[in-house]
Design a protein around this ligand. Structure first.
Ligand SMILES: NC(=O)c1ccc[n+]([C@@H]2O[C@H](COP(=O)([O-])OP(=O)(O)OC[C@H]3O[C@@H](n4cnc5c(N)ncnc54)[C@H](OP(=O)(O)O)[C@@H]3O)[C@@H](O)[C@H]2O)c1
Length: 246
């Protein structure tokens, strides 16, 4: 498991541990850069520590990410694939499960471009894989709302919506996918409802006094969000609402 110390990864690890114990499995290995945070110390950017962590492993769930570090996720995924190819002869790892984001094919946001490139590396790696794309997590939307709400005036982008989903529900799906056979790109997974930024902001504020206004955000990335490339209303699979998550 990579990223097993993160928001999503912690939930995946908890579920995987239960599932593994139930079937008498070998348990879950968590790779982390921090000593004592996971069960194996390693760094996907440098490749250090990957081979010992992978030794004997048959399924890898790849949730690590560094959104503010340029193309670090591409480098990380390339190193992971190389390490998988370098251990135990070809074919030891029989399933690589990757979490991605709805709409990364077309969306110009640089982090989404990086996610698409990482997907492509996995698709071409020769390692049997499953890729699940989901919408933004409630946790992320709440974090952004919290940052914006520090100001008495909150300026949101006009005509822009999100479809947030609980990381716990994504974790549940990922664990089910990891337990099954490699399935390639599986159907997208979205939160229960597409909601405007203003609606989500008011839900976050729960009556706290803020002046909330909408303004047109400039640029291609804001335009792509307005077009809703990151939404999947046909796959409103999540049940947990933003309010419940809060
Ligand atoms: N957040 C969302 O709304 C959302 C929506 C859809 C999909 N996703 C995807 O879900 C995944 C998890 O997102 P998250 O928000 O849960 O992430 P997160 O909380 O930011 O956690 C990032 C994880 O990546 C690990 N990591 C980062 N750089 C690493 C490196 N060089 N070597 C090894 N591990 C490294 C960190 O481990 P250590 O710090 O312990 O090393 C940490 O466990 C990502 O792939 C993301 O694109 C997220």
């Amino acid at each position: 498991m990579t990223g097993g110390t993160g928001t999503l990864g912690r939930k995946v690890v908890a579920r995987l541990a239960v599932e593994s114990a139930a079937v008498g499995g070998a348990g879950v290995r968590v790779l982390s850069r921090g000593r004592g945070r996971g069960s194996f110390v390693g760094d996907l950017t440098t490749g250090d520590g990957l081979r010992p962590a992978l030794d004997g492993v048959t399924t890898v769930v790849h949730c690590a990410t560094a959104p503010r570090a340029g193309d670090a996720d591409v480098v990380a995924t390339r190193n992971l694939i190389a390490a998988i190819g370098g251990i135990g002869g070809a074919g030891q790892v029989r399933h690589l499960v990757y979490i991605s984001i709805v709409g990364v094919d077309e969306h110009p946001y640089s982090y989404y471009r990086v996610k698409r490139e990482a997907e492509t590396l996995i698709e071409r790696s020769g390692v049997p894989y499953t890729i699940l794309r989901t919408t933004q997590f409630h946790e992320l939307i709440a974090m952004i709302a919290g940052t914006l709400a520090r100001s008495p005036i909150v300026l949101l982008p006009t005509r822009t919506s999100f479809q947030p989903i609980a990381a716990s529900e994504v974790a549940e799906r990922l664990v089910a996918l990891a337990a099954g056979p490699p399935a390639g790109r599986v159907p997208d997974m979205g939160g229960p409802r597409v909601r405007t930024c203003a609606d989500l902001m008011h839900a976050y504020l729960r009556g706290r006094p803020r002046l909330v206004a909408s303004v047109p955000y400039p640029g291609r990335v804001a335009a792509a969000y307005r077009r809703g490339l990151h939404l999947t209303p046909a796959h409103a699979d999540g049940k947990i609402t933003f309010e419940e998550a809060l």
